[in-house]
Design a protein around this ligand. Structure first.
Ligand code: ATP
Length: 363
C-alpha cells in the first residue's frame, strides 16, 4: 500500500436513479476532491446508499454520468473500477483467517507471494490488527471485524473507498474510538473516502466536507462548521443538531445593517442568512447561542419568558424557555461546576445575538 496522496477525483453529473415512477436520486451534480473525506448525510430513504451503489457500479444510473479522474465509468463493470466498498455488515469469509481475508483480493493480481505478504502485514498494522492475522473472524469483536473489513478494502489500494454506515452496528463508545481511527487512517493513506451515514455527529466529526440530502436531492454541501453554522434551509438547520426555528416577519434592512424581524409584537435585528428578505420568514438560532440572564435585563434582541423545563446532560444543561409570545425556545448552558442559577419556573431574559440570528426563506 502506498502512503502518498493518490486519492481519486469523483464527479457526478446529472446523476439520477428511478425505480418505476419513484425517483430515488434526482439529477445530482457533485464533485469530491482527491484525498477528501466526504460524507453523504441525510434521513433514511434520502438516496445516500443508491448514490454509493451507482458509484460502485452495483446499480445502473437512469440518467447522468459518473467520472473518476475524468474518465466516464458508464461502461466499466464494478470489478474494474478502482473503487472498493466497506459495508455495515462486515461480510468477512468465516472460513478464512484474518490474514487470508485481507489477502483475498490480492490473489487476482499479478504480484509475488512475498509482496502480497508485505502488503497484508502493512495493512493489518495500519488498522492495528497486526497480532491477529491467524485468527478466524468468529473470534473477533464487531469492532475488530470492521477493522479487518477495512483492511481488506484498503489493501487493494483503491482510488476511492466507499463506506456505507461502517460503524452503524457498533456501540456508542466503540463507534467514537473507531471514528478517530478511521480519520487517522484516511489521512495517512490519502485515499478519497465517500462515507454514508445518517448520524450527523459522526459526519461532522469525520468529514472535510459533507453533503446533506433529502428526497434524492442535495440540500447543502460544505465543511461541517459551515453547514452547521450557516444552514441554507430550515431542513438542514433541523437535521443538523438542535435549532430554534421561529416564525417571524422580515421588515426590511436595518439602518445599521442586518434585517429587522418581528417576532410577535417584538422587533429584533438578524444579521445572518437572507437579510434582504421581506414578508413571512423563519429565524433560526442554535441553542448554544442563546444568552439567558436576569429578568430585569432588556435592550436590543432580548426577549422574556419562563423556564419550563431543565434537562441535565452532564457537560451541558438544556433549558426550555416559554417566551412571552408563546413560542418555546431551547438554550444550551455549559456546566462549569456551578449550580444552575435559574430553577424551573423562573422568569428570565433571553438574548438572541443578532450576529447569530439567521433569516431563512427556504424550508
Ligand atoms: P438508509 O439510511 O435507510 O439506508 P438511504 O438514504 O441510503 O436510506 P436508499 O437506500 O438510497 O436510501 O433508498 C432511497 C429510496 O429508494 C428509498 O425510498 C428506497 O425504498 C428506494 N429504493 C432503493 N432501492 C430500491 C429498489 N431496488 N427498488 C425500489 N426502490 C428502491
Amino acid at each position: 500500500m502506498q502512503t502518498d496522496e493518490h486519492g481519486g477525483h469523483l464527479q457526478l453529473s446529472g446523476l439520477a436513479k428511478e425505480y418505476g415512477d419513484f425517483t430515488a436520486v434526482r439529477d445530482v451534480d457533485l464533485e469530491v476532491a482527491p484525498g477528501e473525506f466526504f460524507s453523504l448525510l441525510g434521513p433514511s430513504g434520502c438516496g445516500k446508499t443508491t448514490m454509493l451503489r451507482m458509484v460502485a457500479g452495483f446499480e445502473r444510473p437512469t440518467r447522468g454520468k459518473i467520472y473518476l479522474d475524468g474518465e466516464d465509468l458508464s461502461e466499466t463493470p464494478p470489478h474494474r473500477r478502482t473503487v472498493n466498498t466497506v459495508f455495515q455488515s462486515y461480510a468477512l469469509f468465516p472460513h478464512l483467517t484474518v490474514g487470508d481475508n485481507v489477502a483475498f483480493g490480492l490473489r487476482f493480481r499479478d504480484i509475488s507471494r512475498a509482496e502480497e505478504g508485505a502488503k497484508v502485514r502493512a495493512t493489518l498494522e495500519l488498522v492495528q490488527m497486526e497480532g491477529m492475522a491467524d485468527r478466524k473472524p468468529a473470534r473477533l469483536s464487531g469492532g475488530q471485524q470492521q477493522r479487518v473489513a477495512l483492511a481488506r478494502a484498503l489493501v487493494l489500494d483503491p482510488a476511492i473507498l466507499l463506506l456505507d454506515e461502517p460503524l452503524g452496528a457498533l456501540d456508542a463508545q466503540l463507534k467514537k474510538l473507531l471514528q478517530v481511527e478511521l480519520k487517522r487512517i484516511q489521512e495517512r493513506v490519502g485515499i478519497t473516502f465517500v462515507y454514508v451515514t445518517h448520524d450527523q455527529e459522526e459526519a461532522m466529526a469525520l468529514s472535510d466536507r459533507m453533503c446533506v440530502m433529502h428526497e434524492g436531492t442535495i440540500r447543502q454541501v460544505g465543511p461541517p462548521r459551515q453547514v452547521y453554522e450557516e444552514p441554507a434551509s430550515t431542513f438542514v438547520a433541523d437535521f443538523l443538531g438542535v435549532s430554534n426555528v421561529i416564525a417571524a416577519k422580515a421588515l426590511g434592512r436595518h439602518a445599521n445593517g442586518g434585517c429587522r424581524v418581528a417576532i410577535g409584537d417584538r422587533e429584533l435585528v438578524a444579521e445572518a442568512g437572507d437579510i434582504d428578505a421581506t414578508g413571512e420568514v423563519k429565524v433560526m438560532l442554535r441553542p448554544e447561542h442563546l444568552r439567558v440572564g436576569e429578568p430585569e435585563e432588556s435592550g436590543l434582541n432580548r426577549l422574556h419568558g419562563i423556564i419550563e423545563r431543565l434537562v441535565y446532560l452532564g457537560p451541558t444543561t438544556q433549558m426550555f424557555i416559554q417566551l412571552d409570545g408563546g413560542q418555546t425556545v431551547q438554550a444550551l448552558i455549559s456546566n462549569r461546576g456551578d449550580a444552575i442559577e435559574y430553577p424551573r419556573g423562573s422568569r428570565v431574559s433571553v438574548g438572541l445575538p443578532s450576529s447569530a440570528l439567521r433569516v431563512l426563506t427556504t424550508g
